[in-house]
Design a protein around this ligand. Structure first.
Ligand SMILES: *[C@@H]1O[C@H](CO)[C@@H](O)[C@H](O)[C@H]1NC(C)=O
Ligand SMILES: *[C@@H]1O[C@H](CO)[C@@H](O)[C@H](O)[C@H]1NC(C)=O
Ligand SMILES: *[C@@H]1O[C@H](CO)[C@@H](O)[C@H](O)[C@H]1NC(C)=O
Length: 182
């Protein structure tokens, strides 16, 4: 038996009402959190925090192209409160980055930033985004999710290169993160 159109319209109106209500509820419970820290991406030394996993065939590094397209790194980078490595540790960023630009150096990051100190100890936000590393300031990464207090997080991170060793690639990056979460 075909459904009468009037019933369909009623169902549509009810569904719209339900979705409006859940939007309003979500907005009421949304919190905004600002985080500020420094990420230490250390490739040099005996215990590097970023390690080359591999790269595509025929993609060897050259002086003018030290991180050739397809180079994949695994990371367990330390996050500290201040720019110095001796500064208080507030978390770690575990994941991957891959050299994703064929012409110009650019990375795509997929990393889970877990906090190990402060009111959000044990919670994490997740970045999956392009990182135009050749721009020292004005870089923005997308926050696509989170865990714990940051469950369902959305947001963005603004980056600035605090320190870069062009010889070995060691870097200290300042992060300002804005999170919207429940
Ligand atoms: C963070 O949480 C872990 C696990 O619950 C705990 O062992 C640790 O002491 C906490 N750290 C701080 C600084 O509160
Ligand atoms: C969000 O804010 C509300 C009150 O404004 C608070 O009760 C709740 O714990 C906060 N949630 C998180 C994850 O901080
Ligand atoms: C982060 O925010 C602080 C305080 O507003 C500001 O001084 C700093 O320049 C910002 N850094 C970045 C990378 O946005």
């Amino acid at each position: 038996m075909p459904t009468p159109p009037v019933l369909l319209r009623l169902v549509a109106v009810l569904l719209a009402a339900i979705s409006l209500r859940s939007t309003a509820t979500a907005a009421r419970h949304e919190n905004t959190t600002q985080l500020h820290f420094f990420l230490h991406d250390t490739l040099s030394g005996k215990d590097p925090s970023a390690v080359l996993v591999g790269r595509g065939a025929g993609r060897e590094p050259r002086p003018d192209d030290p991180v050739p397209f397809s180079s994949l790194y695994a990371t367990d980078d330390v996050l500290t409160e201040g720019p110095q490595r001796q500064s208080k540790v507030v978390g770690n960023a575990q994941g991957l980055y891959v050299s994703s630009g064929r012409g110009k150096l650019s990375l795509v990051l997929g990393m889970d930033f877990e906090l190990t100190d402060g009111p959000f100890n044990g919670s994490a936000f997740v970045v999956y985004s392009r990182n135009t590393v050749t721009r020292p300031v004005g870089r923005e990464l997308a926050v696509v999710g989170g865990r714990g207090a940051f469950r369902m997080a959305r947001g963005y991170a603004l980056l600035r290169t605090h320190f870069l060793d062009n010889g070995n690639g060691d870097a200290i990056i300042e992060y300002n993160v804005t999170l919207f979460h429940h």
